[in-house]
Design a protein around this ligand. Structure first.
Ligand SMILES: *[C@@H]1O[C@H](CO)[C@@H](O)[C@H](O)[C@H]1NC(C)=O
Length: 189
């Protein structure tokens, strides 16, 4: 009898714990959805951040920091991809030149995003408003760099699949950057 009731108790606790963690997860994903709704590309914002819901919880600083980290990772992988692609066979000199320009621009963006992330990590200790305004300036610069790069690609006719893929990747980096900027602005208000 006692064994049976302790078994029930165990099941009850396991059930409550599961319910609580499901509720916490729902709260966290709802927080991300709401925060993303004020960005320019809310669906991309949500899709890129929901994987990190357990880390972000309902913390604006962690949300923004994660958005910057996700953007940096995307800029780095796009840059590496383009760099390899520009050196591959069958790529026309004009295309290779555009890709190389893009890699340069992306590496500037990566530097700016790195500085942002560095600044974000000591947000609590330094002057909040100055830091936020620096971060905004850098992310804006990153965004300008990326649109310069996509402009370069528009000039090449987008007949080839490869160009469409490349453009898609760069556009995604630019959109992630724009979203990070929106989240930073929200943090500043
Ligand atoms: C972002 O990346 C930096 C460097 O890898 C790390 O220290 C920091 O914890 C990350 N921030 C978030 C919110 O994950």
């Amino acid at each position: 009898m006692e064994a049976l009731s302790s078994k029930f108790l165990l099941i009850f606790f396991a059930f409550s714990f599961t319910t609580l963690s499901i509720q916490a997860r729902e709260t966290n994903t709802l927080f991300i959805r709401n925060s993303c709704s004020s960005t320019t590309y809310p669906r991309l914002c949500y899709a890129s951040l929901v994987k990190h819901a357990d880390l972000i919880q309902t913390n604006h600083v962690l949300l923004t920091g994660t958005a910057l980290n996700v953007t940096l990772a995307s800029a780095k992988s796009t840059s590496a991809f383009m760099s390899t692609l520009s050196r591959s066979r069958g790529v026309k000199p004009r295309e290779a030149a555009a890709m190389k320009d893009c890699v340069e621009v992306l590496s500037d963006s990566v530097d700016e995003l790195r500085r942002c992330i560095g600044e974000m990590s000591h947000l609590r200790t330094s002057n909040f408003e100055v830091t936020i305004s620096d971060v905004q300036t850098w992310v804006s610069a990153a965004l300008t760099d990326e649109s310069t790069c996509t402009d370069g690609f528009q000039e090449i006719n987008a007949k080839h699949n490869i160009q469409r893929i490349v453009r898609g990747k760069i556009v995604q980096v630019a959109q992630l950057t724009s979203n990070a900027l929106a989240l930073i602005s929200k943090l500043a208000n």
